[in-house]
Design a protein around this ligand. Sequence first.
Ligand SMILES: [Fe+2]
Ligand SMILES: [Fe+2]
Length: 248
Amino acid sequence: MNQRLTSNRVSTPGTGNAPGAGAPAGGAGLVTFEQVRDNPRVKAFIRSADSALEVIGYTEHGERHVGLVAHIAYNTLKRLGHPEREAELAAIAGYLHDIGNAVNREVHAETGAVMAMRILTDMGMSDEEVAKVMGAIGNHHETDGSAISPVAAAVILGDKSDVHRTRVRNPDMIKFDVHDRVNYAVEKSFLNVDESRKEITLELTIDTKISQVMEYFEIFMTRMLACRKAAIFLGTSFGLTVNGNRLT
Ligand SMILES: [Fe+2]
Ligand SMILES: [Fe+2]
């Protein structure tokens, strides 16, 4: 069955098929997605990371973004037939993937992985699972990360497909900042996981009056290449459509 994962309508974690909304949480003794999401330290770190990025002019990286990444990462692995617990670890990694920005934007993936280790170990997660989550967080950035596991690949796909108008903090700036302009131009973005055809497609609807498709590529080419590598790791191809036209 062809399943479509929304990446702009799901704005909070625990909605749809994400863990915490009817999906079975991990078995007895396992640290669940909900426990991580509701952990006060996690909330504090995500909010600190987002406000630090706001100060230096980055798009929204708060609970909307990480909740969405968790949701997409979880659903991607579920659609492709991965075990429930692996999908839940992808959701946990997705939710924590940007906390390193609370320390510094540079090497935030690696910093965030170490921060997550402390949190998850304190919560009682096993070392094996912590290592999986750390590897996914530490590899989510397109310039220095690789899809080293299904969990990591799912987080990369979730993170790189979150391009959307709602991430722009100040629409007055879109004239001046190309990242803001491209994000603002994206009216809809869907990560379509077709398990029968083994195909993952990022489907974008862009207002070309605001930003040309070329600008999208200028900014996001490395992200699309990271998505392709992640999709291939998961045994699927990766494609991109803009306004209904297949570009890759
Ligand atoms: Fe990041
Ligand atoms: Fe991110």
